[in-house]
Design a protein around this ligand. Structure first.
Ligand code: ATP
Length: 516
């Protein structure tokens, strides 16, 4: 299966099994808006809990809040979003399709990079053992030409973006001979700026109405509460404030399923530090956040750091943690050193003093901020895409054919165990329900007695349930059950009395937290 086919299959699977539905589907959906179904919301909640506990519970100097989505409109002037939260847009006159100019250019660069990787792979096959990749890249004319082009386009693009040179961006698209993927033509409009914030009105009578925005990031709810939290929590710098919540952006190029949505959820932590110490903390959080990802167990090779080409208006250092999605390496999380930009501006715009008095140095200052910002939905997508597997079953005691299995790491899996009486009679359902009653307080369980046991195993594989517990006639005699593990399909016979301890050891969230 190609990556593209895999991605389509995954989207269909998510819908079929109750993970993710298109929003308001009976009205044909709403573009780039999705609803999480019964299993998707469990998965999402587990991810959020993993993040929250890693931040708030494991760090004595980080606390969590839950700020409102609506904020005073001046917030967004102070944050720079009213003036600078824009995407450069370009339309193709023939297809009438709209694109982000920087995305068109980045895709063009990615194509050149792919061409070069293919050249390298071809040569590696040809030369075998003796292949020297560095030398090849330094001498092969095709690779050199592409590398030069990549460099040129990137440098020009970054300059245009930094200078807000819209005409320059258009010229670069034309010079690079980029065509519209739909119409195949180079008939482009001018590039225009488009603000990504959604507006709405506050107040019931239109004359009283006041334009407010749906927050495009959760961070500002933390900045405006800096003093409230610092004072009431008696927090000492360095300390952090964490928050999980919805954010809204009127994305132009909204595609790739839940990767780019118009309503999404962020998990952000702003860490307040002494001015001058921000680089030390930036390094610290860069490492700590990668560790959080690696503990999930999806392979170090699927993550990489990507330093920002263009720093945002507020940052003095920034990088992304990228994940290898089915459509390539793309941003999953951003780590930004935001200086005192936000607190300083809120002080200016509100006229209220936002300062911290440091008892150790006996001085007052506006703290600097290092921020970690990760998308919940992109994490869901990374986990599902990595988990989805189709495999041929050749195992005794299992139905043959192919099975679809979601290898979701057990501590994050939506359902932890399925409780399955082998047959629907002879007292087995009653015994199974007794076990369910004992375990349901600590684990999300599913009870299922319909269809053959093989079919029930398949259903649980398809939703990523790590353990199936089967109650058979022997269970009535000796109080033991079989426990089947999802990935290996191995079964073991264990006493019912030991189930709780066994599951705690294998599926609880603390397994991930202990790795941090
Ligand atoms: P991109 O470059 O992909 O637009 P960004 O750099 O604008 O992302 P940030 O503002 O740094 O993103 O937001 C932090 C995180 O929020 C991102 O790493 C991503 O996981 C998530 N995120 C941002 N925009 C979206 C979106 N439209 N849909 C889903 N998640 C998003």
């Amino acid at each position: 299966m190609t990556q593209e086919e895999l991605f389509k299959t995954l989207i269909a699977h998510c819908k079929e099994y109750g993970f993710i539905f298109p929003s308001s589907e009976i009205y044909d959906g709403l573009s780039a808006v999705y609803d999480y179904g019964q299993l998707g919301s469990e998965l999402k909640n587990n991810i959020k809990r993993y993040w929250w506990e890693a931040m708030v519970r494991l760090n004595e100097n980080i606390v969590g809040i839950d700020a409102a989505i609506f904020m005073h409109p001046r917030t967004w002037e102070a944050s720079g979003h009213v003036g600078a939260f824009n995407d450069p847009l370009i339309d193709n006159k023939d297809s009438k399709k709209r694109y982000r100019a920087d995305v068109l250019l980045e895709e063009y660069i990615a194509k050149l990079e792919e061409k070069n990787s293919k050249e390298v792979e071809k040569a590696r096959k040809k030369f075998g053992e003796s292949f020297d990749e560095q030398k090849f890249c330094e001498t092969n004319p095709n690779v050199l030409r592409n590398a030069k082009k990549i460099d040129e386009v990137r440098t020009r693009m970054v300059k245009c973006l930094n200078d807000s040179d819209l005409e320059g961006l258009r010229q670069l698209i034309i010079d690079s001979e980029i065509v519209c993927p739909i119409s195949g033509t180079r008939n482009w409009t001018e590039v225009r700026q488009f603000n990504l914030m959604f507006e709405t009105k506050l107040g019931s009578v239109s004359e009283e109405a006041n334009t407010i925005y749906l927050r495009p990031e959760t961070a500002q709810g933390i900045f405006v509460n800096f003093l409230n939290v610092q004072k009431t929590g008696r927090m000492k710098v360095p300390f952090g404030i964490a928050q999980i919540g919805k954010a809204f952006r009127n994305e132009i190029v909204a595609r790739q399923f839940i990767f780019r949505m118009r309503e999404f959820e962020q998990m952000e932590m702003q860490f307040f530090v002494r001015p001058g110490e921000e680089m030390k903390w930036y390094e610290h959080w860069r490492n700590a956040r990668l560790q959080w990802h690696l503990a999930i167990g999806m392979g170090a090779e699927n993550y990489r750091y990507h330093p920002h080409d263009k720093l945002a208006h507020y940052a003095n250092a920034a990088c992304d943690i990228e994940f290898n999605f089915p459509f390539g390496f793309k941003e999953l999380e951003g780590i930004h050193s935001r200086t005192d930009f936000d607190l300083g501006n809120h002080q200016k715009f509100s006229g209220k003093k936002i300062q911290y008095f440091d008892p150790e140095t006996n001085e007052g200052y506006t703290p600097y901020v290092v921020e970690t910002s990760i998308g919940v939905d992109r994490t869901v997508l990374a986990i599902l895409a990595h988990a989805y597997t189709e495999e041929v079953v050749q195992k005794d005691g299992e139905e043959g054919g192919t099975r679809v299995v979601l290898r979701i790491p057990a501590p994050l899996a939506p359902v932890k165990l399925a409780i399955l009486p082998l047959v629907k009679k002879d007292g087995l359902p009653e015994k199974a329900r007794e076990i369910l009653t004992a375990l349901k307080f600590d684990f999300n369980c599913q009870y299922d007695e319909k269809d053959s046991i093989g079919k029930r195993y398949r259903r649980q594989d398809a939703i990523g349930t790590p353990y199936c517990i089967t109650i058979d006639h022997q269970s009535l005699q000796d109080n033991t059950v079989t426990v089947r593990e999802r990935d290996t399909m191995q079964q073991e016979r264990v006493p019912i009395a030991s189930l709780h301890a066994l599951l705690t050891e294998r599926v609880s969230l603390s397994n991930l937290l202990r790795k941090l």
